[in-house]
Design a protein around this ligand. Sequence first.
Ligand code: HEC
Ligand code: HEC
Ligand code: HEC
Ligand code: HEC
Ligand code: HEC
Ligand code: HEC
Ligand code: HEC
Ligand code: HEC
Length: 504
Amino acid sequence: MNRRQILAAISVAAPLLVWTSCAFGPRAEPGGGPPAGKPRRALDAAFDWQAQVLCDTAPLAAFEVGGVRVPREGAGCIVLVPKPGEDPAPALREAAAAAAGEKDFRAWWAAPDAATDAAARAAGVPGIDGAVAPQVGEAIPVDIRPALLVVGPDGRIQFAHLPGSSWDPELFAYEAREIAVRIAVEKAKRDGSLRIGIRRITPPPQKSWKGALWCGACHRGFFRDWLLTPHSVALADLERLGRDEDPECIKCHVIGWEKGGYADRDRHRAFADVQCEACHTPERTHSPDRPMSAARGDYTDTCGQCHTQNFSFFSDPALAMKYVSHPQREAAEFDPKVSWAIRDKAIGALKDQMYAEVCGKTDFVGSSKCVECHEEVHASWSGTPHAKAFAALEKEGKAEDPKCLPCHTTGFGQKKGFQSLAATPDFAGVGCESCHGPGLKHVEAKTDEERRTTIFAFDEKCPTCVITRICQSCHDEHKRPCFVKNERPFEIIESLQKVRHRKK
Ligand code: HEC
Ligand code: HEC
Ligand code: HEC
Ligand code: HEC
Ligand code: HEC
Ligand code: HEC
Ligand code: HEC
Ligand code: HEC
């Protein structure tokens, strides 16, 4: 189906997945960015390309500049936000071409400063209607310009395309369709007459990678839901560690590595992170013959490509499936804003739940129980700061402060964990079960096989991908209220070396 046919098809269509409008992401939100003075978090880095669908701008008020009015009666417009100091002509030509192909769409620019504005005027690109208010472009951080914004007739930015995004005519057609559909519905509501028929467009299975933004044009709720999972910050997490150009690391943190997908940060932002197509294989999705299903286990092999034994916190993909098969999509559908704060909380909560499920299905027994069979390990642990972590609180006169206890004791807040120094002395300090999970089932196990499956073992697991996860339940500079001389972010390799039971 070509663009014209798609647009023709919408005259009686209704939106199934309503694109509520989008906040230009976390940075534009007052107080929504990273806490002042704290290190950058993964979400800051993920911002650049994901911002494209996170806009929730108020209607652009000043949509009139120099007496030129942006049309509100038509379907909408494309606004180019040029990069300061760069020749705007090529991008203007692209915008003009895109608008020319779409009924009722017109192209404009929103220059960030006078010099760029002058350059855009001087370029004299045919098909460009002129300039709109600069504040349109101010929503987009300078470093991720140029940008093409798709603006609806109500003046709201509804889609944005940044460098490296999946801008293509087909995608733009879906977006234009969405905007046009909304106009049709509004009109029908006003008339109070039309009963609207529903016509969904299902694209054919693809041969190439498309990226989540492409999918999100139609599956918006799923896109928002995905933003609430750790998969949406996977490459950003590498970037935080300065490893986002390390081929040893990239392959499982993006889509299509060495298979025609992500290869380069600037050109392939659209394929950064673990996106839809990591699980929904392009050539199988939308295929009438082979719809995939979690119930049938079709996804399990897919997870295993990245979640291998040593690179996974959980060992059973079936257990993990519920966390990623869009549990919140219904809610997300109607929540127009997925802000930095909401994502941060949701991703943290997902990890906590996962942690509890993998490590917490039995009671705590205390470190002195473990010594019975792991004498050598116990001796080595006794020499680490963990064993003495409670003393640090006593020294500060905070031995009863519930704000401090979670990280300086074992199993605080759990039924059989730390209560007080007098009642549960064995649980003062960071004991065995702080890292290995509660041990009752392991202690009571009858066979070695049973012992192995009833305790969280690290084996040869990747320190950065998996072990870090355990340590950061406490070693997280963002949630630590204590005074610590050394405010450096936690560095796993070096720290692990200091607390290993056997030196390597
Ligand atoms: C074989 C695939 C694979 C490779 C290669 C890989 N990772 Fe990962 N990484 C994963 C998976 C899977 C997870 C999620 C683990 C989990 O929690 O189940 C992950 C998680 C992470 C996390 C998030 C940890 C957290 O929860 O905070 C970081 C950071 C990370 N990896 C860094 C790296 C670095 C650095 C490298 C290169 C040295 C690397 N990864 C190589 C698959 C991989
Ligand atoms: C032009 C709109 C559109 C785009 C773009 C789109 N889809 Fe779909 N998708 C649909 C429609 C319509 C259905 C059918 C829903 C139904 O029948 O209930 C569907 C069904 C699905 C299904 C369930 C059935 C199946 O075939 O497995 C999945 C999974 C899916 N899409 C994933 C994706 C992914 C991943 C992308 C991006 C690569 C994507 N979609 C892009 C419209 C779209
Ligand atoms: C980590 C893997 C994973 C990722 C990433 C992922 N999905 Fe899914 N998705 C699943 C699983 C698992 C299901 C459940 C299939 C089932 O229950 O049969 C699912 C189901 C779906 C369905 C069909 C739901 C239905 O009712 O049939 C759609 C549509 C879909 N996903 C779209 C997306 C889109 C769009 C993205 C990216 C924004 C995405 N998914 C990212 C794993 C994933
Ligand atoms: C392309 C590689 C890849 C695929 C395929 C993949 N994942 Fe992941 N997964 C990752 C990475 C990388 C992370 C860590 C992201 C981060 O935190 O930076 C992760 C994190 C997770 C987490 C959070 C784990 C935790 O420690 O809390 C769950 C749950 C998860 N994945 C489940 C799945 C399931 C289920 C599937 C299959 C349906 C799947 N993943 C497919 C790479 C992948
Ligand atoms: C009654 C004896 C006994 C007690 C008590 C005991 N363990 Fe073990 N543990 C074992 C044996 C035996 C193995 C070796 C199983 C194997 O590798 O075949 C083991 C293995 C382990 C492993 C490695 C698992 C693996 O898959 O390699 C860890 C971690 C562990 N124990 C932690 C603990 C902790 C923490 C405690 C205290 C809560 C504890 N153990 C108490 C007997 C015990
Ligand atoms: C989120 C977990 C967490 C909480 C909550 C927490 N701490 Fe800490 N604390 C740590 C970690 C981790 C370290 C070790 C930091 C390092 O050296 O990198 C530490 C170190 C300390 C130290 C320094 C130990 C030394 O001698 O070097 C003191 C003192 C301390 N904490 C007191 C407190 C007090 C008082 C509170 C409550 C107000 C508190 N902590 C709450 C995790 C926590
Ligand atoms: C700070 C987190 C932490 C604490 C606390 C901790 N461990 Fe471990 N444990 C690890 C890690 C990480 C590994 C695997 C990597 C390594 O040591 O090289 C491990 C490995 C093990 C193993 C299997 C390998 C081996 O070296 O024998 C056993 C058994 C074990 N721990 C038991 C215990 C016991 C018993 C305690 C308490 C006395 C304890 N651990 C306290 C993190 C911890
Ligand atoms: C239950 C919370 C908790 C967990 C889990 C935890 N730690 Fe700690 N860790 C602490 C606290 C609290 C201290 C400070 C103890 C003190 O000095 O009194 C500490 C201190 C340390 C220190 C010494 C201080 C420094 O920065 O040199 C190292 C190293 C360390 N931890 C590494 C790890 C590693 C590696 C892991 C994961 C395998 C881990 N920790 C898991 C709470 C925890």
